[in-house]
Design a protein around this ligand. Structure first.
Ligand SMILES: [Zn+2]
Ligand SMILES: [Zn+2]
Length: 300
C-alpha cells in the first residue's frame, strides 16, 4: 500500500467544517504525517489513523495552520506510553518551540524524540523501501516541500528461469541490480534472460504553501501524484502573489509542467464556502485533478 489520506484541506482559519493542513502517507507498514494543523488528532479518531504507527512527521513551515496540533500529538503519544522512536523534520526553530512546551508542562517522554532541523535540499530519510527528500517552497517564511519515493530494484527475478539456469540464490540481489551471471565454466547468462523489468517506482510530492514557482519543477518532475496548494481561485492572482500562495490555474500549470500523473489541490481559503469551483478551474488546465477532500484516501 502506498497512499495518502487527507485530514485537513483549509488554509489559516479552520472553517466550513474544513480543518487546517494534515495528511497521512501510508507506505508499507509505516505512517508518515505531513503537517499537523490544529485538530489533527480529532481527525485521526474520525478516520481511524493509528498514532502508534506514525514513524516520521514532516512539518513544512511554522505558520500555525501547519503545526499547532503537533504539541498535542506528542503529548498524547507520551500519555499512551509510546516506546518507539519518533523522528520529526522541520524548520530550525521547531525543536526549541517543542522543547519549551514540553518543559513548561513537565512532560517526560517515554520514547526517544529526535527533531531534525532542515537546512538544505537533500534526502532526509533513507528507509529500506522508500526515501524522503525535501526541497524549498516559495512562501512568506522558510518553507519546505517533501517528496516520498518508492525504492525498487530495476529488475525482478524470474524464478523458473533462474532455477533452470542453476543460479545460486545468493546472487539474486546482483541480478535485481541488472548484473549478468557467469557460471563456473565461464558462460555468461545475460541478465535479461532470467529477470523481468520492474514497474516504475511511484512517488508523492507535497508542495506545502507556495507561490507559483517553477524552480520546484526539478524536484517533482514525473511525480506520480502531486499535492499543490490552491488557496485562491484563478481571479485572485495578485492576492495569491502578495500572500505567497497559489491559484487554481497556477497549481494546474505546475502539475502540467512537472508531467505529474495526478494532481490533488487543497489549502482552500476560508473566504470560500464551497470548493467545487476549484476543481472546475484546475481541470481546464490539468484534467487529472482531484479535490483534497477530508477523509479521502488516494492510492498512489
Ligand atoms: Zn497554510
Ligand atoms: Zn503558510
Amino acid at each position: 500500500m502506498f497512499g495518502v489520506t487527507i485530514l485537513g484541506n483549509n488554509s489559516a482559519i479552520p472553517s466550513h467544517d474544513r480543518h487546517p493542513t494534515a495528511q497521512v502517507v501510508t507506505i508499507e507498514d509505516q505512517i508518515l504525517l505531513l503537517d499537523c494543523g490544529e485538530g489533527t488528532q480529532m481527525q485521526f479518531n474520525k478516520y481511524k489513523v493509528r498514532r502508534s504507527k506514525i514513524t516520521y512527521i514532516f512539518i513544512s513551515h511554522l505558520h500555525g495552520d501547519h503545526y499547532f496540533g503537533l504539541i498535542g500529538l506528542i503529548t498524547s503519544m507520551a500519555l499512551l506510553n509510546r516506546v518507539d522512536d519518533l523522528h520529526i523534520y522541520g524548520p530550525k526553530n521547531l525543536q526549541q518551540i517543542i522543547e519549551i512546551q514540553l518543559d513548561a508542562a513537565g512532560v517526560i517522554l517515554p520514547f526517544k524524540l529526535t527533531i531534525h532541523a532542515i537546512t538544505e535540499t537533500k534526502m532526509i530519510v533513507d528507509e529500506k523501501k522508500f526515501t524522503v527528500h525535501c526541497f524549498p517552497a516559495l512562501h512568506k517564511i522558510e518553507c519546505w516541500g517533501f517528496i516520498i519515493k518508492e525504492k525498487k530494484n530495476p529488475r525482478r527475478i524470474d524464478l523458473e528461469k533462474t532455477i533452470a539456469a542453476e543460479i545460486p540464490k545468493s546472487y539474486y540481489e546482483e541480478l535485481k541490480k541488472g548484473h549478468d551471471y557467469i557460471t563456473k565454466d565461464g558462460t555468461t547468462i545475460v541478465n535479461e534472460s532470467v529477470t523481468i523489468p520492474n514497474a516504475v517506482p511511484k512517488s508523492y510530492a507535497f508542495c506545502a504553501d507556495t507561490r507559483y514557482d517553477e524552480s520546484i519543477l526539478e524536484h517533482i518532475k514525473d511525480v506520480t501524484l502531486l499535492y499543490h496548494e490552491t488557496t485562491y481561485l484563478k481571479d485572485q492572482p495578485e492576492k495569491a502573489f502578495e500572500r505567497f500562495h497559489s491559484t487554481t490555474e497556477q497549481a494546474a500549470t505546475i502539475a502540467l509542467k512537472a508531467n505529474a500523473g495526478n494532481l490533488i489541490i487543497g489549502h482552500f481559503s476560508s473566504r470560500y464556502d464551497t470548493i467545487t469551483s476549484f476543481l472546475n478551474e484546475a481541470k481546464v488546465i490539468f484534467p487529472n485533478t482531484k479535490l483534497a477532500k477530508e477523509g479521502t484516501t488516494f492510492t498512489i
